[in-house]
Design a protein around this ligand. Structure first.
Ligand code: SAM
Length: 245
C-alpha cells in the first residue's frame, strides 16, 4: 500500500535530507521559530503533556530524529529531571549542537546522544517505555521500516508519539498556509542559511506526507494498538499516538 505517499529515490532522499541538516544545524532552532512563527513550541508542549512522563527515575524514552534535543529536554524537565531520554539522529552535526545544549542546561546525566538511522535502531527489543519522533518521520525514506523498529524497541505497554506536519482542514487557513510555505519558508531559508533550495524540498515533503487518517492507518498496520491523533493549529501539525499492547 502506498498510503498516498509518493516515493522518490530512497537513497537520494536521505542524502538530500542529511545535507540540509548539516548545513542548518547551528541555526536550526532559530529557523524553527521563524518558519513556524513560534508555533512549534506549542505543538511540542502538546506532545510532552500527552506523554505525561512519570516523575520517577528509571523511566526511559527514545527521541528519534531528535536533532538538537528539543523534545528530550522538555521530557526530562516534565519528569522533574527523573526521566532518561536517548536522542537518536542520523546527523552528527545536529547531535553535536544537542550535546552542547545538554551540558549547558545541566541535563547531560539525563540524556545521551546516539548517531544512527531510524530504520535500524541499535537497541535490543523491549528497551524503552516511550518512543517519540517530532518532525522527523517525514524525512525517513522507509516509514514502514521506522515504525516496525519503533514497535520492536518499545517495552510491552510502551507509548509511541509522533508529531508531524499534516493536512490543514480549515478552508481559509489552507490558502494562507500554502502561500506561507511556498513563498515565505524558502525565502527565510535563503536569508538565514544562504540557500532556499533545501527548504523548497522540505515544503514539498510535507505535501507528499500522508494525511492524518492515512498515517493513523500506517501506524495501525505496523502493529500498534489504540491509535489516535490530535490536530494542532487547524491540522498544520498532527500528533499521533499508539501503544505496544
Ligand atoms: N525533532 C527535532 C525537532 O522537532 O526540533 C528535529 C526535527 S528535524 C526537522 C529532522 C531531523 O531528522 C534532523 O535532525 C535529521 O537529521 C533527522 N533525520 C533525517 N533522517 C533520519 C533518519 N533516517 N534517521 C534518524 N534521523 C533522521
Amino acid at each position: 500500500t502506498s498510503y498516498g505517499f509518493k516515493d522518490v529515490g530512497q537513497g537520494d532522499k536521505q542524502t538530500l535530507v542529511n545535507d540540509v541538516f548539516h548545513r542548518v544545524a547551528g541555526r536550526y532552532d532559530l529557523m524553527n521559530d521563524l518558519m513556524s512563527g513560534g508555533l512549534h513550541r506549542l505543538w511540542k508542549e502538546g506532545l510532552v503533556s500527552w506523554l505525561n512522563p512519570p516523575k520517577r527515575a528509571g523511566w526511559t524514552s527514545l527521541d528519534v530524529a531528535g536533532g538538537t534535543g528539543d523534545i528530550a529536554f522538555r521530557i526530562v524537565e516534565a519528569s522533574h529531571r527523573q526521566a532518561h531520554v536517548t536522542v537518536l539522529d542520523i546527523n552528527g552535526s545536529m547531535l553535536a549542537v544537542g550535546r552542547e545544549r545538554a551540558e549547558k542546561r545541566g541535563l547531560a546525566d539525563n540524556t545521551d546522544f546516539v548517531e544512527a538511522n531510524a530504520e535500524e535502531l541499535p537497541f535490543a527489543d523491549n528497551t524503552f517505555d516511550a518512543y517519540t519522533i517530532a518532525f522527523g518521520i517525514r524525512n525517513v525514506p522507509r516509514i514502514e521500516t521506522a515504525l516496525a523498529e519503533a514497535l520492536r524497541v518499545l517495552k510491552p505497554g510502551g507509548r509511541f508519539l509522533c508529531l508531524e506536519f499534516s493536512e490543514v482542514d480549515m478552508p481559509m487557513l489552507d490558502r494562507v498556509y500554502e502561500a506561507w510555505s511556498f513563498n515565505a519558508i524558502p525565502r527565510i531559508g535563503q536569508v538565514v542559511t544562504g540557500d532556499g533550495e533545501p527548504y523548497s524540498y522540505l515544503v514539498e515533503s510535507i505535501r507528499k506526507f500522508p494525511n492524518q487518517e492515512n498515517f493513523a492507518a500506517m501506524i495501525r498496520h505496523a502493529g500498534f494498538g489504540r491509535v489516535t491523533f490530535r490536530n494542532y493549529s487547524g491540522g498544520i501539525a498532527a500528533l499521533h499516538s499508539g501503544w505496544k499492547l
